[in-house]
Design a protein around this ligand. Structure first.
Ligand code: ZN
Length: 279
C-alpha cells in the first residue's frame, strides 16, 4: 500500500474533514446512480445509453433539468411526474441512494486509495448486474467482462491477494456452480417445469469474475452470504408476490459486495472460530 493509508481514519483526521469528504462521495455516488438507472433500463433493450434525453415513462414528457437531481427530485415531486402526475417508480431513488451509500461505505472501510476507487466502480457494476438480473433473468456479459478486467488493476494495487490466489478464486466457486447447474437443471425442469431455473451460466460466470476480484477466501464467504440471502429473499418473495421463481444474481451480488468490504476479515474470523470453538 502507498503512503496514503489511513487518510480517513488517523489521529490527525478531524470529523469535519471526514463528513465533508464522505458527503462529496455520497453526492458523486447518487449522480452516478442516476446513470446506472439508465443503464439498467436501456442496456437490456439495446437502446443508446447517452443519446436520447430522459422522459416520463407514461406521458413521454421530457424531464426538466430541475427534476433530474438524484434522490431529491423524486422526494420533492413526492414520486409523481410533474406533467401527468403518474407515479414514478421508487426504484430510481433507491438505486441512486444505494449507489451513494455503497461508495461511502467503501471509502469508510477501505480508506482513500486506489483500491477504494476500483471497488466503487465494481460496486456500481454489481448494482447494475443485480437489478438487471432481477428484471430480465439475464446477467449481462459485457458488464461481467468489465468486472473481470478490473481484477487486473486491483491485483496491482492490493498486494495481499496473489495472482495465483485470484486464479484459484475464479474457479473455486464457478466450477462447482457449473457442475451443480448442469446436473440439477434437467431434474429441476422435469419436476417444476421448463421455465424453472437452476444455477444458470450467468450465475457461474458472475462467481468466476467475483473470484478473480476477491481471491479465494473472500469469494467463498461471498457465496455463502449470497446463498443465505437468496434463501431469505426467496421466502420473502414467495410471501409477498406468491411466486417461487426468482433470480439468484441479485443475492450473489449482495454477497460479493459484502465480500469486497469484509470478505477476508469474515473468513479469518470464521477460520479462527473453527480452530478454537467456544473459547
Ligand atoms: Zn408523465
Amino acid at each position: 500500500m502507498t503512503g496514503f493509508k489511513n487518510m480517513l481514519h488517523n489521529e490527525f483526521t478531524e470529523l469535519p474533514f471526514q463528513l465533508t469528504f464522505l458527503g462529496m462521495i455520497f453526492i458523486l455516488g447518487i449522480c452516478i446512480g442516476s446513470f446506472l438507472n439508465v443503464v439498467i433500463i436501456r442496456l437490456p433493450r439495446g437502446e443508446s445509453l447517452i443519446k436520447r434525453s430522459s422522459h416520463c415513462m407514461t406521458c413521454g414528457t421530457k424531464i426538466r433539468p430541475i427534476d433530474m437531481i438524484p434522490v431529491f427530485s423524486w422526494l420533492f415531486l413526492r414520486g409523481k411526474c410533474h406533467s401527468c402526475g403518474e407515479k414514478i417508480s421508487p426504484r430510481y431513488p433507491i438505486v441512486e441512494a444505494l449507489n451513494g451509500a455503497l461508495y461511502v461505505l467503501t471509502f469508510w472501510v477501505l480508506d482513500i486509495n486506489a483500491e477504494a476507487i476500483i471497488t466503487c466502480i465494481i460496486m456500481s457494476l454489481l448494482v447494475v448486474v443485480g437489478f438487471m438480473d432481477w428484471d430480465t433473468m439475464e446477467i449481462n456479459e459485457i458488464i461481467l467482462t468489465v468486472i473481470l478486467l478490473l481484477a487486473v488493476p486491483l491485483a496491482l494495487f492490493t498486494s495481499e491477494i496473489t495472482i495465483i490466489n485470484r486464479i484459484i478464486g475464479a474457479f473455486v466457486i464457478s466450477v462447482p456452480f457449473f457442475l451443480i447447474g448442469e446436473i440439477s437443471r434437467p431434474i429441476i425442469r422435469k419436476k417444476f417445469g421448463e421455465d424453472f431455473r437452476a444455477i444458470e451460466l450467468g450465475d457461474t460466470l458472475l462467481m468466476l469474475t467475483a473470484g478473480a476480484v476477491l481471491g479465494t477466501k473472500a469469494v467463498i464467504v461471498s457465496t455463502l452470504i449470497g446463498i443465505v440471502a437468496a434463501a431469505l429473499g426467496g421466502v420473502i418473495n414467495k410471501m409477498v408476490s406468491g411466486e417461487s421463481k426468482f433470480a439468484f444474481g441479485p443475492f450473489l451480488a449482495i454477497g460479493i459486495a459484502i465480500g469486497l468490504l469484509w470478505g477476508n476479515e469474515i473468513a479469518d474470523w470464521y477460520i479462527g472460530f473453527l480452530k478454537n470453538p467456544l473459547q
